[in-house]
Design a protein around this ligand. Structure first.
Ligand SMILES: NC(=O)c1ccc[n+]([C@@H]2O[C@H](COP(=O)([O-])OP(=O)(O)OC[C@H]3O[C@@H](n4cnc5c(N)ncnc54)[C@H](OP(=O)(O)O)[C@@H]3O)[C@@H](O)[C@H]2O)c1
Length: 405
């Protein structure tokens, strides 16, 4: 999820929103719908339909059986025993490096951090209690000490630093990613993996900050898990164990390619880009048709994020519909078809651009520029200054829980 802190943050924000306030379209109480037996909440939980073999479950996702791993099979003592001879060299201390690194450390594993000396990450790592020369090193030094190299540099930096990193990945080491980007698009990234090492992936389905907060709350995040290269025959087992060690609850099995395609596609679509574009289009039309900023914002974003999206998150789309007025339902059912038909070609174009590497190319070019942070900040400033988001700030201040008196 590049833009990545924000990408996963956006998903996490939707998943962890505060309880919805009851608003105009939600006055047909969801509870009533549950009582009527018309929503998913009334159906047996998915756990009732699973087959379990120790920490592995085959779950029926709407008719398709998929394998999911769970942390129950990897209690802390077993993790400590499994990784007792390993040094986990975690390279990069952005959102994921921070979350995964601290969780590994709290789990008692032997983890060291590798980042550029005196960069922003170096200073942040020191603030988090990593000690230079003890468990905080420059990238090369950390890799030379590690048996498992967890590459959590930015995706652009993974490509940039590969010529220096590759020779240090000697036989017996394991290479770990949290995104399939670098190896899958190797023609563009030049990340050509040596053939004699295990290569695995654990990609948390949320921001690194969420990886950390959920761990601290004793909960856990769900992640994708995949194997790119299995030399030892233990790659999957190692990936699952590491996934649990960094704070995952359940791990969905996938491939590097599927992970990177779906991730790049999703963040450009419904998770971030698509939803932002839709918010802007709807808001602009309301403003052009004479509605006030507060009304336009409330009808576009506030009611969505505060009331309706959390209902979808809790129990699905039909649950949200059931909680809305008959008037709202009729219009939403009718218009959803038109939006789907109109947008599907755009989504197909997007998927094509992901699959042919165009999106990777663009990301590499943009994020490899020395001034990428400044350029990004300039774009964020433009977004922040859009009327919709300035109006949103005022609307949020009027949420009853934020009222000053
Ligand atoms: N963020 C998420 O929510 C998320 C979720 C799932 C997966 N992922 C994946 O996890 C990986 C890490 O992503 P992230 O968002 O945590 O990190 P990020 O913010 O994209 O990258 C930050 C790290 O890269 C380092 N870096 C950047 N350019 C460098 C260079 N030229 N040489 C050396 N170091 C450089 C930074 O160090 P300095 O401070 O020194 O610049 C910093 O430690 C990526 O593969 C990403 O796709 C991210």
């Amino acid at each position: 999820m590049a833009s990545r802190p924000a990408t996963r943050a956006a998903r996490a924000a939707i998943a962890h929103l505060a309880k919805p306030a009851v608003q105009r379209r939600t006055f047909v109480a969801a509870a009533g719908a549950v009582r009527a037996g018309s929503v998913n909440a009334a159906k047996p939980a998915v756990s009732a339909r699973i087959q379990q073999v120790r920490g592995v479950k085959t779950i029926d996702f709407a008719g398709t059986k998929e394998v999911v791993y769970e942390r129950a099979d990897w209690p802390r003592e077993k993790l400590l025993e499994y990784f007792k001879d390993d040094t986990l060299a975690l390279i990069g201390y952005g959102s994921q490096g921070h979350g995964q690194g601290l969780n590994l450390r709290d789990n008692g594993l032997n983890v060291i951090i590798g980042v550029r000396k005196n960069g922003a990450s170096w200073n942040e790592a020191i603030q988090d209690g990593w000690v230079p020369g003890k468990n905080l090193f420059e990238v090369d030094e950390a890799i030379s000490r590690g048996t498992i190299v967890m590459n959590l540099l930015s995706d652009a930096a993974q490509s940039e630093t590969w010529p220096a990193i590759k020779p240090q990945l000697t036989k017996g080491k394991t290479l770990y990613f949290s995104h399939g980007f670098s190896p899958v698009f190797k023609d563009l990234t030049k990340v050509d993996i040596p053939e004699d090492i295990d290569v695995i992936l654990v990609a948390p389905k949320g921001s690194g900050r969420t990886v950390r907060t959920l761990f601290r709350e004793g909960r856990g995040i769900n992640s994708s898990v995949a194997v790119f290269q299995d030399v030892t025959g233990k790659a999957l087992e190692k990936a699952v164990a590491l996934g649990v060690a960094v704070g995952s609850g359940y791990l969905y099995q996938t491939t590097f390619e599927k992970e990177v395609y779906s991730d790049l596609y999703g963040e450009r679509g419904c998770l971030m880009g698509g939803i932002h574009g839709m918010f802007l289009a709807q808001y602009e039309v309301l403003r052009e048709r004479g509605h006030s900023p507060s009304e336009a914002f409330n009808e576009t974003v506030e009611e969505a994020t505060q009331s309706l999206y959390p209902l979808i998150s809790q129990n699905g789309m039909d649950y949200m519909y059931a909680a809305c007025s008959t008037t709202a339902r009729r219009g939403a059912i009718d218009w959803s078809k038109k939006f789907k038909d109109t947008l599907k070609p755009v989504f197909n174009e997007l998927y094509d651009r992901v699959a042919d590497g165009s999106e990777t190319q663009r990301s590499l070019e943009y994020n490899s520029r020395p001034d990428y942070r400044e350029l990004y900040e300039k774009e964020m400033e433009e977004i922040r200054n859009l009327e919709i988001w300035r109006a949103g700030k005022a609307v949020r201040s009027l949420r009853p829980e934020n009222a000053s008196s």
